[in-house]
Structures are given as structure tokens and as C-alpha cells.
Design a protein around this ligand. Structure first.
Ligand SMILES: C[S@@+](CC[C@H](N)C(=O)[O-])C[C@H]1O[C@@H](n2cnc3c(N)ncnc32)[C@H](O)[C@@H]1O
Length: 310
């Protein structure tokens, strides 16, 4: 039987995936903002932390950052392509000794004991890829943490692509990028949008289920060689908080990185990004603004959640 894990594994093991992910912050302004937010959130929650688990750690955007600060990080990912890239960067940065690399799937965390890690992380939606097991995965991530949990999952409220399929346009920083979605947006979106109308049935189905399409359709496409595109589940903010609370998380804070930038025009965003001093000040302000509880889930595409555990 095809599972979300099979589909996710094939998608994330495509040879180009690590380089595509590595290029995101050079390609997209909203990725810069989201990663900067997560980085600030992690760095302001490190008191008393020595050991870290990063589930779905990718090429090591956050795991290597923490290893460089002397923490011991278990870098866990379903994709060998991602693990190889992360090891290459960690070696170059001289922090291999602070890291343990494990290939594995979040649905299978039995090898880790209760409270094994001071801090548990999982960003840019690995939990969402585990549908329909996302609640069990969240519960296990909380189980293996002893002090704190910081995660991000797909946000249902942020997915407004049906109304503006070219919403990425204003965030494209490098117009020569080879990134497939950025290329489509730059080369064809304006032309295609002239006659575009949203499909309200698709909007209703998505907001009701949190899924872009029924998972059986993705599985069917996978079986016939069509997919990979992973099954991914988008949470409502209150739903995420309720699931986390049910499994023992306390003092839950939710954010929506990218909420402020939704209302900023493309030219202004580019001017900010091209001025280093202004960019740093702006990213600090975004972190503050997007951390307001009323921005939860209203940013780029992720809800960031921070909680105490244990
Ligand atoms: C968009 S990348 C994010 C990487 C990193 N967390 C970051 O924020 O830069 C998603 C990562 O999740 C991993 N992943 C997806 N499904 C997973 C699963 N079921 N178990 C473990 N890792 C998974 C992918 O291989 C990929 O490296």
C-alpha cells in the first residue's frame, strides 16, 4: 500500500531537491523572511538547551546553525539527498563532531526515548507531509522533548493561491532563477492570469479538509509514475494548538512569518532586500509583527508554534 511516507520519500529524494532548497533564500524574499523568523525564534529559546533533534532537517539550515553554537544536534531526514548535502556543509563548517545524522521517517520515532532531547524542532512542514499520521507524529515529537518544542506546519489560512496563482511574483528576488515555480510565475503567470477565475469548489474543499487534493488521488498518480508531489495537510491555527495541548505541550505561542509582507508592494520589498542595514532592521520588525497572536498562520504558508514541554 502506498503511504504518505513513500510519496514524500520519492519527492524529497529527487536529485535536484537539496540544491533547490539551498537556493530558496537567494530566490524568494518570503523564504528569507520565514527562515529569519525561525532563526530568531530558535535563538531566543536556547536557555538551558544542550541537545537538539531536528526532524526533517533538510540541508541543515537550522541544525548546522545550532551545531556551530556548540549544541549537539541529531539531524533526522527521510531523504538521502538532503542528508548528503547537510553532511557536506557540516564538514565544510567544521561541525561534523557536533552532529548525528539519521535517515528516517517522522512516522517512526520509536528509537528515541521519552525526553531524550532538550529541544525538538521540525520546520517547513515535515509534520504536514505525514498526513494522516500528523497527530501521532506531533505527539511523538512532544514525547521525545524534555524542555521545548518549536515547529512549523502548513497553514490553511495562508493558502490563497486559488485567488492569486502568481502570488509568488512579488517575492522573486533573482529573476534569472532556474527554480521551476519561479520560472512559471515569471514567464507565464501574467499572460495566464488575464482570464483566470478561482475555482470556488476547490477553495471550499481545501478549507474544509486542509488537503489540496484527496490523498487517494496523489497515491494513484504515484502508482502510475505521475506524482511526486507530496500529500500535505494544512492546519488551522487553533487546531494545531489544541493537538499540541492534548499531547502535553504548554504555553503555546503561534506565529505567521510573512504576514506583514503580504501588504508590501514588490518594489518596496526589493528595495529593502538590497539595502543590508534596512534589511536587518526590517527582518527584526517582521519577527516582532509576525509573532503577534493575531498573525498566527496568516503569513507565507507556515504556522510557527513554540511550546514548553516536560
Ligand atoms: C522544505 S524541507 C525543510 C528543511 C528544513 N527543516 C528547513 O526548514 O530548512 C522539508 C524536509 O522534510 C523532509 N521530510 C519530508 N517528509 C518527511 C518525513 N516523513 N520524515 C522525515 N523527514 C521528512 C524532506 O526530506 C525535507 O528535507
Amino acid at each position: 500500500m502506498t503511504t504518505s511516507a513513500d510519496i514524500s520519500s520519492r519527492f524529497w529524494n529527487l536529485p535536484q531537491k537539496a540544491d533547490e532548497e539551498l537556493a530558496r533564500e537567494a530566490t524568494y524574499i518570503d523564504d528569507i523572511i520565514q527562515k529569519a523568523h525561525i532563526e530568531r525564534e530558535i535563538l531566543s529559546n536556547l536557555e538551558g538547551i544542550q541537545t537538539v533533534f531536528d526532524g526533517g532537517a533538510g540541508y541543515g539550515r537550522f541544525s548546522i546553525l545550532l551545531a556551530k553554537r556548540g549544541l549537539h544536534v541529531t539531524h533526522f531526514d527521510i531523504s538521502q539527498v538532503m542528508l548528503d548535502k547537510a553532511k557536506e556543509i557540516a564538514r565544510r563548517e567544521g561541525v561534523l563532531g557536533n552532529m548525528t545524522f539519521i535517515r528516517g521517517c517522522l512516522e517512526n520515532l520509536e528509537q528515541f526515548h521519552n525526553g531524550q532531547f532538550d529541544l525538538v524542532l521540525s520546520f517547513d512542514a515535515p509534520i504536514s507531509y505525514t498526513y494522516p499520521n500528523h497527530e501521532a507524529v506531533l505527539s511523538n515529537l512532544i514525547r521525545i522533548a524534555s524542555k521545548r518544542l518549536i515547529i512549523s506546519v502548513y497553514s490553511r489560512l495562508a493558502w490563497t493561491y486559488q485567488f492569486d496563482p502568481a502570488q509568488k511574483l512579488k517575492y522573486i528576488l533573482d529573476e534569472n532563477t532556474g527554480d521551476p515555480y519561479a520560472r512559471w510565475t515569471l514567464d507565464q503567470a501574467v499572460y495566464k492570469l488575464a482570464d483566470y477565475k478561482p475555482d470556488m469548489a476547490a477553495v471550499r474543499a481545501f478549507f474544509k479538509t486542509g488537503l489540496m487534493e484527496p490523498p487517494e488521488e496523489t497515491a494513484k498518480a504515484f502508482e502510475t509514475g505521475g506524482a511526486p508531489w507530496p500529500v500535505s495537510y494544512a492546519f488551522m491555527p487553533e487546531e494545531l494548538a489544541a493537538v499540541m495541548e492534548r499531547h502535553g505541550a504548554k504555553n503555546i505561542r503561534l506565529a505567521g512569518p510573512g504576514a506583514l509582507t503580504r501588504s508590501i508592494p514588490r518594489e518596496t520589498l526589493r528595495n529593502i532586500m538590497l539595502d543590508d542595514k534596512l534589511k536587518a532592521e526590517f527582518l527584526d520588525f517582521c519577527y516582532w509583527y509576525d509573532s503577534q497572536p493575531s498573525c498566527a498562520g496568516l503569513g507565507k504558508d507556515n504556522i510557527v508554534a513554540t511550546a514548553d514541554v516536560g
